[in-house]
Design a protein. Structure first.
Lengths: 334, 334
């Protein structure tokens, strides 16, 4: 049995989703991979619970879900108030797992974890978008893994596919729909709502944020497209990415598309040194015309031709799927 | 630069396709992976050309395409007449590449290559279908790789995806269309041809063999489904696989399906200890309703939900894509 210690930073929906999978599948991971996971720290914005002998995940989930914060959990475990960088440095773990919301400082935590010889698994996009080269180089130099499947298309394994297959193919382009919130709003407009009505509905359902800019202005899709560009071709500066969101799409645009049996989707197109995100018309029966939280990618390459990968692009379990797969990938004997 | 020696068994369409990629992308492989490939033997049914210092692939392709057999190429290289097992054993190579047509004896060659410490890459299905456990165990024991992406869906990386991603997911089922010849015949019947007419057309276009049984009786799809079952769940005896081909599909069946906006496809369904291949109705606008040589797989798992992978299921370049990717995967520093 291989004992693997985990340090989890971020205990929101995804963090708890990962904890739940680790808890429920404990026996299965032992049997299938010969791996026993031990979570030695969990941090939310209120505190870090840290115990080298392992934290009871069932209780951690209960405390967080009952009281909303880990700092209420003081009886059995010591509580610490550490900046994330110190968690990455001080907590002895094999894998540092950063599931905090987008944070421009996060790359420092990842660098610190690499320096300490830890693998890093993350769902946090800004480090990849803005510090790709230094992070990849540091991980390589330290002989550890940097895995980030959850940053694009949730658990749909577009990143693993691009890293582990088609190794003899020259990739020509990747096109896809990577932002489910935009798809939701556009779909509601297809059913007759105005943009503002559709946005409000998305917000009331928790699909869009109170400040929806990162989705409707196209930045979320652009971050994801940048990450795909970097792993497929070479690092590109985010400033060079052309981004236009769906906030300029009118009801008239939707109607005109419908007359041609088309729908509008926020499409990303990734070619070498050229990343464009913009609303585009696609035929209704095209594989690119996704609905709901489905994401899709169409990869074109010189030998294989066209490859379509379609699956969940959001969701707690769906994102936990990526994180847990990445953790296993970091440590399993292949 | 890492020098990697290859021994290629089988110099038909796929073998030559692989040689062409190795030739045309030589510089790119050096730059991208730091790998220099050297082909030290090529065998067709007429002879084995064997030269430890490396064979000129351009000439090999010319000889084969001009004269139809390698045995005509006697001036520069020594010709050998060796059974495949001896090629696997005697030719010093890092990777033994078996691209011969389905051959029940091939597992012996693979075993021999493993014993000699060579990785094996193959497009040959019977060894996987009938000798999965002993082959996997031997490769593991020798610390070498056994890769066979080309056996299912040509270069569409269903096998790599199942082996390298979704590692925390429990796979519930895989459904898919894995035989393009059946799809071609059914599509032609949708356009009004009888089964016999469609079969003859497929034969005249070289899509179906003179003896078409392996395709139209469902065995090809069943072999592929068995391989997917084995890597996803556990080895299953081919005798337990339920196979019904498209040879019983009538024009009447096609018409009835069309009335319901459906098409008939030869579908494989893979669940734990249960593999079924049979013609089934699928809605015309379903992702499973593929056309041409496209193959599709719909993977259902407990965390991610539904994942669709669609791409080429046949073709020379498309199959070479899988073989070359596998070769690189065997030897690259990851």
């Amino acid at each position: 049995m291989m004992l693997v210690s985990l340090s989890i930073l971020g205990f929101g929906n995804v963090g708890r989703g990962v904890a739940r999978v680790l808890l429920e599948k404990r026996e299965w991971f032992r049997r299938k991979y010969g791996i026993e996971f031990k979570v030695v720290s969990i941090s939310d914005s209120s505190a870090t619970v840290w115990d080298e002998s392992g934290i009871d995940l069932r209780e951690a989930l209960e405390v967080k879900e009952t009281f909303g914060r880990l700092s209420y959990w003081g009886n059995e475990y010591d509580l610490y108030h550490l900046p994330p960088e110190d968690v990455a440095k001080e907590v002895e773990s094999d894998v540092f797992i950063d599931l905090t919301p987008a944070n421009p400082e996060a790359y420092k935590w990842h660098m610190e974890a690499f320096r300490m010889g830890r693998h890093v698994v993350t769902s946090n996009k800004p480090p990849l978008v803005h510090h790709y080269v230094e992070l990849i180089q540091e991980a390589a130099m330290r002989g550890v893994n940097y895995r980030f499947e959850a940053t694009v298309m949730a658990g749909t394994p577009i990143i693993t596919l691009l890293q582990e297959s088609l190794l003899g193919d020259g990739i020509e382009s990747i096109e896809g729909v990577f932002n489910g919130t935009s798809t939701f709003i556009l779909s509601e407009m297809e059913r007759g709502l105005t943009f503002d009505e559709a946005l409000k509905k998305a917000q009331s359902l928790g699909i869009a944020e109170a400040n929806p800019d990162v989705d409707i202005k196209g930045f979320d899709a652009a971050y994801k497209a940048t990450i795909l560009h970097d792993i497929t071709f070479e690092p590109i500066s985010f400033k060079k990415v052309k981004v236009r969101g769906i906030d300029g799409v009118s009801e008239e645009d939707i109607r005109k598309a419908a007359e041609k049996e088309k729908v509008i989707r926020l499409m990303a197109k990734i070619e070498r040194r050229n990343v464009v995100v913009e609303p585009r018309e696609v035929p209704k029966n095209s594989p690119l015309a996704v609905y709901g939280t489905s994401n899709v990618a169409l990869i074109k390459s010189d030998l294989l031709g066209e490859l379509i990968l379609k699956g969940a692009g959001a969701g707690v379990k769906e994102t936990a799927s990526a994180v847990v797969s990445d953790i296993i990938k970091c440590v399993r004997r292949s």
